[in-house]
Design a protein around this ligand. Structure first.
Ligand code: MG
Length: 392
């Protein structure tokens, strides 16, 4: 029996993880759960999984009704609150794997706590790898735990490089659906949040859907791949593949390229991370019908139309705190765009300006990266405010 903690169990990845755990309930038991504030989802999951402990990521003051509910319905379940509670949940509950499905930098401290208490990480959060990837990989190696990618592209690379000598990898080729605008020729500044939230092939959370529309998601994924698989950023290539059937490829020195194909469904990479090194039958994944696939297309990405992609590569090339700053500014700008405060095209501008302002920071180490992250957010906020006043 594999014991699993799911952080962010009411989000898109969290819900799909819960589906898989339920389907494999004789192999996997869910011992811990966390949500930000969706107590109705959490109540159902508590009834299904009877976890040892749970955490509500906001302050305890917001949940007095829920506290009563727990007392009556699941008195043995330990209850934690807030960011500190999340770390306590992760380190106090015994488990084999932590599924990190919280969006953004908030996942960093709980993941570190999990690694230190010898839990493998099924990683659905690319932001923290971008922010502090080298530190996380080092800590994981020191503690003998595995980082198992849940991101579909990185899972594909992971699957295509199993048992191979990593030194024989020439390039990693990440595929990108291109998002809703890769063929769009209109005015990018007129793109609204509603339009950007309509992704053609993947159903995902709001933040990542906007990142897919700006292609920042692919830029973050390139940095993530470079960290997870130990390749310099210039050997991480990107190709637009609108059908999202090939999830990524690994090109070897002899000219062979191995690819992983499936219908686009996150439950495949999630399940692989949970059952690794084994594969299990899945009732969720529709088998590929190759004859029915009329075509698979591939295009070069357009770095001019999608400046976020270029920014991500230059952050990776600059190294130091620049990837953390890129990520912090992007998270802040995407939030402001979703709130209707800035234009679609302002996202890249705010990221670029913030990166320039913090060019000098070369320090690494988790504490200084957290510091750089906070400072970049603050700066991005003030840039957002001036972008807003320009819009009025
Ligand atoms: Mg992905």
């Amino acid at each position: 029996m594999k014991k699993v903690i799911i952080l962010g169990s009411s989000g898109s990845i969290g819900l799909q993880t819960a589906d898989i755990c339920l389907q494999l309930k004789d192999k996997i038991s869910v011992v811990g759960l966390s949500v930000r504030s969706k107590t109705e989802v959490l109540k159902k999951q508590i009834k299904t999984f009877k976890p040892k402990a749970i955490c509500l990521e906001e302050s305890a003051d917001n949940f007095s009704n829920f506290k009563n509910w727990i007392k009556i319905n699941s008195p043995k379940t330990k209850l934690f609150f807030g960011a500190v509670g999340l770390e306590k949940l992760v380190s106090s509950v015994e488990a084999d794997t932590l599924v990190a499905a919280i969006v953004g930098a908030a996942a960093l401290k709980p993941i570190i706590a999990a690694i230190k208490t010898k839990k493998n990480i099924a990683l659905a959060n690319k932001e923290i790898v971008v922010m502090a990837g080298a530190e996380i990989m080092k800590l994981a190696a020191e503690n003998g735990v595995s980082i198992l990618p849940v991101d579909s592209e990185h899972s594909a690379v992971f699957q295509c490089s199993r048992g191979e000598d990593k030194k024989q990898i020439k390039n990693i080729i990440l595929t990108a659906s291109g998002g809703p605008f890769y063929k769009y020729d209109g005015d990018f500044s007129k793109i609204t949040a509603d339009k950007a939230l309509k992704h053609p092939t993947w159903k995902m959370g709001r933040k990542i859907t906007i990142d897919s529309a700006t292609l920042m998601n692919k830029g973050l994924e390139a940095i993530e791949a470079s960290v997870l698989f130990g390749l310099p950023i210039d050997r991480i290539k990107i190709v637009i593949h609108p059908q999202s059937i090939i999830h990524s490829l690994v090109e070897y020195v002899d000219g062979a390229a191995l690819a992983q194909l499936s219908n686009p469904d996150m439950r495949l990479p999630i399940q692989y991370a949970l059952t690794y090194p084994r594969r299990m039958p899945s009732k969720f994944i529709k088998p590929l019908n190759l004859a029915a696939l009329s075509k698979l297309e591939f295009f070069e990405p357009d770095f001019k139309k999608f400046p976020c992609l270029k920014l991500a590569y230059s952050a990776a090339n600059a190294g130091g705190a620049q990837p953390a700053i890129l990520n912090a500014a992007n998270e802040t700008a995407v939030e402001a765009f979703l709130d209707g405060r800035i234009l679609f095209t302002d996202i890249a501008k705010i990221v670029e300006k913030t990166m320039k302002l913090f060019k000098g920071i070369k320090k690494t180490g988790i504490d200084s990266l957290i510091e750089a992250d906070l400072a970049a957010r603050k700066k991005a906020h003030s840039l957002i405010e001036s972008a807003e006043s320009n819009l009025k």
